[in-house]
Design a protein. Sequence first.
Length: 449
Amino acid sequence: MAQQQDKGRINGFSKLGKQQRRQWLLDAFLAGRTTEEFRYFDAGSQDLQQVLDNFSENTVANFPLPFGVAPNVVINGTTYVVPMVIEESSVVAAASSAAKYWATRGGFRAEVIATEKLGQVHFRWSGRPERRAALLPALEQRLYAATAGLTARMEARGGGVRGLSWKHLPAVHPQCYQLLVRFGTADSMGANFINTILEAYAGELELWAATSEELTADERELEIIMAILSNHTPNCVVRAAVSCPIEAMNIPGAGVDAADFVRRFQLAVDIARQDPYRAVTHNKGVMNGIDAVVLATGNDFRAVEAAVHAFAAEDGQYRSLSRCRVVDEVFHFELTVPLALGTVGGLTRLHPLADLALDLLGRPNAEELMCIAAVTGLAQNFAALRSLVTTGIQRGHMKMHLQNILSSLEATVPERQQTTDFFNGRTVSHHGVRQYLEKLREEMERIEG
Ligand code: MEV
């Protein structure tokens, strides 16, 4: 163990070229493997590889994920083909199937409720909290004036700083304060813009404390702690919904009638609103759809995940993000989520597949992309619950699982067909499939002589 640790330490890894980094990893950790195993995933062109390498640091390989599409997604009357990047089998199939189901029942509706983002400057200040009301108006003007050059372009695009408040955080420390700044960031996710403005505000705050004539001597001590956007975006929210008369909610092959299906579906959603253990899994299903679109379009899925789960726990208990109601014999299912997404800036143009994904969607603006991602989350959630309250999730899942196992065993097309037929209605396991395939291959060898 000690030997392994010494061998595994290095200074200046980042300064090595990619081949050297690979070689060092092979020598220190990957006995028996070859550099080919990294090279296999290299991009076809030097230019593309350069683009990918520029996204991150210490790169040694690319990590490909499947890029699929869900067709027939009708949102507010427009039909989209939704790009989805996800490694889990059944997700794209489920989204596609839900999209098709709702396409013949009026489609999805989606609306953006608000698009405000937040950022914070945290600081320690020697003044009294009561002084804030008198000092804030001039300070605010000073901050805006000092950053006018930085905000002008964003303002021309319809964004900018929308206002700020000055909070006291005595629970942290009697001298702890925060500037909470509200932003509009137009079609960009806006992280760079927000952080640039916040850091400029931090600098200006220090200057203000040192020089402002409004301040008394004992109000001049100000220490910046940090300036950073907040990924909590409860005011950057979109709602997606479907509705349909119960009588039209038939689920072919599920063995339940429409009314029974709706009753069971509503109970499943209500369980997820009340029980956090179920809510987390329920919301995971929602995020299967949302994350796949977020990734495909080059957006920040960690930011979205963090925001969504904070939102799900808004009233102090973690709950399902979707809700279901039946009113006057009409089924209503809706999802409300915070989604801080961008269609310009960041990776959206830099990653060639994100660029292609946005082209597939007809170059939506940020609000349209919020609608598309939320609808995909709702579609995914609908498909998961539809399976859960009828056939169970494993039936569909296992079909996909079987195909993955067959791929890993390098099954030929006829082998695939025969194995799929055999496992129809039987329990799928890696071991079972391998055994069956081995037998099949032995049999074939025997026949072929
Ligand atoms: C699996 O990735 C997602 C589900 O567990 C979601 C759910 O249970 O609602 C099927």
